[in-house]
Design a protein around this ligand. Structure first.
Ligand code: SF4
Length: 334
């Protein structure tokens, strides 16, 4: 019994509305979670089918021993419906991802097994137990796993994706503690980096010239990032990343980023109100410095996208209009 291969279906679910929005964006990158989790699977024990709903249909009607779904909040209801259909057909369903880690009791009502927290320790353990027929309902990661020696994602399992840009992660978590951000709950309030050579090997395995650093704050540890960027230059790739604005005053960092192929930065300005920023523990954004830092970004010729949140101070139409004017002026600034 133990040597019989089981069939696993891994689903990257898509929300149609978000999908339509993403298709028009430059930073329309592949979701890395399922190819990465597939990297942990022993293919002598499992036959893997990976479906990215971005451009593939879920094979309802086919038979699988196990269906794995990664769940984020905008997709949760959709994921629960997928799970229900497969469970009616007799498949077992395992769910993980940020929504499940934050609301495991809710998710447990819609599947057979939940993975709470980071996968590196619990996912291989669950796969082994499931194969042996001894899986428990709940697997919880109790510590922040090391990022050393992680497997290379099985990107070849992602089929016929026309805009198949790569994704990779070099760090996990963020050294800051903004009160509205749920990273602390998901990642044991810990910030970690991957060994530079591991990241380089991972990037070398990406076929396309373009990729994104799927990091929460790629400039979180400036010295680490600079070391990686010096190595990265030799690969002649183009990349994008999400970073915090406060790190962008470091001209050396921006230059290294540019030389290593940076084309796009996603930055959270969040607000033009210092008191609003203080109220959510995001004092690292200094409103007085927005203009000078963005000038520096213009000088280094990056494309960047700013993100704003609408706080209670900006709820009237007038203030919303003012917010847009301020944001537009910053982007158009020479
Ligand atoms: S800087 Fe960004 S990633 Fe870091 S804690 Fe704040 S919101 Fe989260």
């Amino acid at each position: 019994m133990g040597n019989i291969k089981k069939r696993i279906l891994m689903i990257t679910p898509e929300n149609k509305d978000i999908n339509n929005f993403r298709r028009k964006q430059f930073n329309n990158f592949i979701q890395i979670t399922m190819p990465y989790l597939a990297g942990f699977i022993d293919e002598s024990k499992y036959d893997i089918t990976l479906i990215d709903e971005y451009n593939q249909k879920i094979p309802f009607g086919s038979s699988f021993d196990l269906v794995a779904i990664t769940v984020n909040t905008p997709n949760a209801t959709h994921c629960y419906n997928i799970s229900s259909r497969f469970r009616k057909q007799g498949s077992k369903v395992v769910m993980g991802g940020p929504h499940v880690s934050l609301l495991p009791d809710e998710a447990m009502k819609h599947c057979d097994f939940v993975m709470i927290g980071e996968a590196e320790d619990i996912w291989p353990r669950f796969l082994e137990d499931f194969h042996n027929g001894s899986a428990k309902n709940v697997y919880q990661s109790n510590y922040a796993p090391s990022l050393e020696g992680l497997p290379i994602p099985k990107r070849h399992l992602v089929k016929s994706r026309s805009f198949n840009k790569g994704a990779v992660f070099a760090t996990r978590g963020c050294p800051y503690k903004c009160s509205y951000c749920n990273l602390k709950q998901i990642y044991h309030d810990s910030y970690r980096v991957r060994p530079v050579q591991d990241v380089m090997e991972d990037i070398k395995s990406i076929k396309s010239k373009y990729f994104v650093f799927w990091d929460d704050n790629f400039f979180g540890d400036v010295n680490y990032t600079k070391t990686l960027l010096k190595e990265l230059k030799s690969l002649n790739k183009k990349w994008a990343a999400q970073v915090t604005l406060d790190r962008c005053h470091d001209e050396e960092l921006l230059k290294l980023a540019g030389k290593s192929g940076c084309t796009y930065l996603f930055i959270g300005l969040e607000s033009f109100s210092s008191s609003s920023l203080q109220s959510v523990n995001k004092g690292i954004n200094n409103v007085e410095k927005y203009r000078s830092i963005i000038k520096l970004l213009h000088k280094t010729e990056y494309r960047f996208r700013q993100e704003l949140f609408l706080d209670s101070i900006a709820t009237t139409q007038t203030l919303f209009g003012r917010l847009l004017t301020l944001a537009t002026n910053l982007v158009l600034m020479e």
